[in-house]
Design a protein around this ligand. Structure first.
Ligand SMILES: *Cc1c(COP(=O)(O)O)cnc(C)c1O
Length: 354
């Protein structure tokens, strides 16, 4: 059967208006085995896989939530939508709004949005507004303006975003025939961890699976309000997608952790970059830095509590594509070697001369 997007695939399990979905055929992303990474991380007997959400139509998992939020917005008669964004929500909202013929306004923190995300939002025709403040300031502003009823909010406070994002948990269970033992993912505004946990609980409740995973939520050390137990006023991290100091769904993230007997922990930017490099160089899977946080957190947790992970089935959510943030690579690497356009120079450069 051909794929028609997440709403068509899971309609009876989703609370979304029963109209023709606004879709880019998002979802159905691959669950890629990572045997070399499991070995490199000394994860003994672990079946490690990555749910590669960067392969969604605009390059991140936000498309799962956006097909639902924009479909509902159309059903509710909205004419325009707005979001605050570290970049991926903006690109996704802009794309789906274009298909629905809605006006789209996105607020981004000035100078803190990766090139591929900003370019996307502009390309899809959104009105892009850079604010002199953080994501959290932007979220406060869009909450205020949408409360007037003049424009619909499509951040993950919007319940339909969570409905759509649950479907990745369904897909994982369908692919594995059960829920994994652990689900590891980055946590920013905490919509996604909320959605996964709801999805796994729902699949379990209707008897599709007999187990539920333990949730491992991972924050960046410079923006780790859920680990610290208080808001962070000036969040900092290279992982711009999770550079958030006041997560809108923080309470729900903590509940997901508690109910699943999981953890929420923090990793440093260096730990994120190490995991990011390993994913690309060992497994050929290039993601944006934030997306590697789940893997970095798994590495750390498995060092601290090896018995909890040995022999387990573990899925890491890779939330966004590497092409979203090319500068993260370019600014860290030496420029390519330059040579004259001659064979002997090439032989010298790659060490096969003489
Ligand atoms: C949005 C996003 C996150 C964080 O998800 P939340 O639902 O805000 O916790 C992580 N990684 C990427 C690539 C994202 O776009």
């Amino acid at each position: 059967m051909s794929w028609s997007g997440i709403i068509a695939a899971y309609r009876p399990l989703l609370d979304v208006a029963a109209i023709e979905p606004i879709t880019l055929l998002e979802g159905n992303t691959p669950l890629i085995p990572l045997p070399r990474l499991a070995r490199a991380l000394n994860l003994e007997g672990v079946d490690l896989r990555a749910k590669y959400e960067g392969l969604n139509p605009t390059g991140s998992f936000k498309d799962r939530g956006m097909t639902a939020a924009i479909t509902q917005a159309v059903a509710d008669g909205a004419k325009s939508v707005i979001c605050a964004s570290t970049g991926n929500t903006a690109a996704s909202a802009a794309a789906y709004a274009a298909r629905a013929e809605l006006k789209c306004v996105v607020l981004i923190p000035q100078g803190k949005v990766a090139a591929g995300k900003l370019a996307g939002a502009i390309a899809y025709g959104a009105q892009v507004i850079a604010i002199q403040g953080s994501f959290d300031d932007g979220l406060r502003m869009v909450r205020e303006i949408s409360a007037t009823g003049k424009i619909m909010l499509v951040n993950s406070i919007n319940p339909y975003r969570i409905e759509g994002q649950k479907t990745s948990a369904f897909e994982i269970c369908d692919a594995l025939g059960s829920a994994p033992d652990w689900l590891c993912l980055p946590v920013g505004n905490a919509g996604n961890i909320t959605a996964y946990w709801r999805g796994f609980k729902q699949y379990h409740a209707i008897g599709k699976v007999t187990n539920r995973p333990r949730m491992l939520g991972v924050q960046a050390a410079g923006s780790a309000p859920l680990v610290l137990g208080h808001a962070v006023d000036k969040p900092e991290t290279i992982a711009t997608a999770i550079r958030i100091g006041r997560p809108a769904r923080g309470e729900e993230a903590l509940m997901a952790k508690d109910e699943s007997n999981g953890h929420i922990l923090a990793v440093t930017d260096n730990e994120i970059l190490e995991a990011w490099k390993m994913l690309a160089e060992i497994e050929g899977v290039w993601v944006e830095p934030a997306s590697a946080a789940g893997v970095a957190g798994l590495r750390k947790a498995a060092q601290q509590h090896p018995a909890d992970f040995t022999g387990k089935r573990i899925v890491c959510i890779l939330t966004g594509h590497g092409l979203k943030d090319p500068d993260a690579v370019i600014q860290r690497a030496p420029a390519p070697v330059e040579i004259p356009a001659e064979l002997h120079a090439l032989e010298d450069a790659i060490g096969v001369s003489g």
